[in-house]
Every structure is written in C-alpha cells, then in structure tokens.
Ligand binder design. Structure first.
Ligand SMILES: C[S@@+](CC[C@H](N)C(=O)[O-])C[C@H]1O[C@@H](n2cnc3c(N)ncnc32)[C@H](O)[C@@H]1O
Length: 315
C-alpha cells in the first residue's frame, strides 16, 4: 500500500479506468466559443484578475487552452490514468505545466471525500468550475447531486462567488424517480407561493406537462438542473443566476445538455440567500439547441406561467 506525503496510509489504488479517450466535436467547440467564452470573459473583467479553474479538461485541455489568457492556476481532474499522463505531456507542450495541479480519480468521489486517490486535496476555492463529464446527473445512489452540493457548500465556506459550467449526457438512470418527486414538490411550492388560487390549475397543467413520460427528457432535465443549482446555491448563501440549458448532439451522436450558472456569494447574511431571478423566470427560460454553428430556441411548446404583477409571488 502506498503512503501519502504525511506518511498516513491511503486507499489501495484501484485498477485504472479505461474510458475511451475524449474527442471533441463541432457543436461542443461552438458552445465553448459562442456561449461560454463571453460569460467567462465577463467574470474575468468583473473580478479583475485571472480566474482559478477547476475542471475535467481531458488530456487536450481545449477549454484551458482556449481561455488561458483569462486563467491563473488550474486544477484538472482525470480518472483515466493514461489520459492523465497525456495531460501532463500536453501541458508541457502548451507551456502550461507550471499552472497545472492534477487530481486523479472520479470527480464525484474527490468532491465528496475531499481527496483524490493519492490523498491530494483540491486547491479551494475556485472562480471557474467546468464539470464536463461522462454520464448523466441522476443514478440510484444520488452520489452526483451530493457531490455538487458539497462543491457549492465548499465554495460557500470560502465566501467565494463562482461560475459553474456543467455538461452531461441527457440520459441518466433516475431509478429513484428523483425528477418526478422534484416536479411534484415544485408544483406544491409554487402553489404555496401563489396567492391567487385561480392560478393553481395553470401550475398543475405545467407540472403535468413536465411529468409526462412521453416528453423528451431535455425539458425536464433543463428545469430540474437549474432548480437544483438554485436550491443548493441559495442554501449556501449564493444568489444564483441560471441560463437556458443548451442541448446538442455530442461525439457519437450522444444527446448532451449544458448549463452555465453564476453563483454570487452574499456576505453579511446568516440565512438563505434570495436570488434576483425567480422560479417563474427559471420555468420560463426554456432550452436552446446548438446546431450548425448557431443557437436557436428548442421548439418545445412548454406551457408558461403568466402572473400579473409580482415575480416575488412564486419564489
Ligand atoms: C468531455 S471531456 C472534457 C472536455 C473539455 N472540458 C473540453 O472543453 O474540451 C471529459 C474528461 O474527463 C474525464 N472524465 C469523465 N468523467 C469523469 C469522472 N466522473 N471523473 C473524472 N474524470 C472524468 C474523461 O476521461 C475525459 O478526459
């Protein structure tokens, strides 16, 4: 068994993961350039300093290379051993190795346990977190949502605002029916916050539309993820600003979904933060689709909630 720097024993090394090496694709590159980069640039300007990055850049580090003028140090997580070796080599070729801090293992485990497979800890806190992973968000053990919650809480413990970019496969294994329970809770919460009882039928209709099993999962997933990020952000004292999820066909024609979300830390409060964006606005965000170097509204005819007057009514 190997030993960590402090001499304590750590977990036996597992067999290396043999993920297929990542290959990029035109839709992903378009989204990185046209959707993500302007937001990264805004953060760089607002903070007035290089952004500290945490992510899964793959050995090519295409995101880091594209945004390097706006980044300071970066932490790259990788679970495929051969890919990590290539990442070191590539960092050398790109003259970035002095800025790279590498963690080895599954990112969910690293975030939950706070250490990688060599016992190394992330270099908290970060300004830009780009989690672009294989697989969906929900599995029966719900470990991925727990990892995200931990990540957001960690950033909160350092009072550090951050930009979170998430890319995942649309298909997941939601055997615990998490999304369905979420939608039913969301409906009850919305009805509880809307005083005008006449609107309750409208809310029921919207929730039923999202719960419909025949609906392509993208709409449900878009709403679920944005509400999830807002929920855990606010609990950790962040005002959260969500953007429409972007769906696209990734490598091997896999259906992907992508989110870019601001988390602004609210100092001087001891209670939950309240975002400027309301739940109603999140429901009405809809989805975008990236295709042929363009972003267009995804043609769902999702029902939208129309409230006269206050947006505060349905927080
Ligand atoms: C989609 S690529 C990242 C692409 C990059 N962000 C870009 O913009 O070009 C994901 C990389 O992370 C690794 N990876 C995927 N899922 C992971 C996980 N759960 N934990 C750790 N590494 C993972 C893969 O081996 C791959 O090298």
């Amino acid at each position: 068994m190997a030993r960590s720097e402090k001499g304590t024993e750590y977990i036996k090394r597992p067999a290396p993961v043999n993920d297929e090496p990542f290959t990029s694709n035109p839709n992903k590159e378009y989204i990185r350039r046209a959707f993500d980069e302007p937001v990264v640039a805004q953060w760089f300007q607002r903070l007035g300093r290089p952004l500290k990055y945490l992510g899964l850049p793959a050995w090519q580090m295409l995101d880091i290379v594209a945004w390097q003028r706006m980044l300071g140090r970066f932490t790259g997580i990788e679970r495929a051993e051969n890919q990590q070796h290539l990442m070191f080599l590539n960092a050398n070729v790109e003259d970035l190795e002095h800025r790279l801090y590498a963690l080895y293992g599954n990112f969910d485990d690293i975030l939950i346990r706070g250490r990688d497979l060599y016992g190394k800890t992330p270099d908290w806190p970060y300004d830009l977190i780009n989690l672009d992973y294989f697989g969906g968000f929900l599995y029966s053990d719900l470990s991925r949502p727990r990892a995200f919650k931990k990540l957001i809480e960690n950033q909160g413990a350092y009072s550090r605002s951050f930009l979170l970019i998430v890319t995942q496969h649309l298909r997941d294994k939601d055997t615990a029916k998490e999304k369905d329970k979420f939608l039913s809770d969301l409906g009850e919460r919305l009805k509880g916050g809307v005083l005008d009882k006449k609107l309750h039928a409208q809310i029921d209709k919207i929730i039923a539309w999202y719960r419909d099993a025949d609906l392509p999962d993208a709409a449900r997933q878009g709403l679920y993820m944005n509400c999830f990020l807002r929920e855990f952000g606010e609990s950790a004292q962040f005002k959260v600003f969500c953007r429409p999820g972007v769906v696209y066909l990734g490598t091997g024609k896999a259906s992907m979904i992508h989110f870019v979300t601001d988390f602004w830390f609210e100092p001087n409060i001891a209670h939950r933060a309240t975002s400027d964006q309301s739940v109603l606005e999140i429901i009405n965000l809809g989805l975008l689709q990236a295709e042929n170097e363009a972003l267009r509204d995804r043609s769902f005819s999702q029902p939208r909630l129309q409230l006269a007057g206050s947006k505060r009514a349905n927080r």
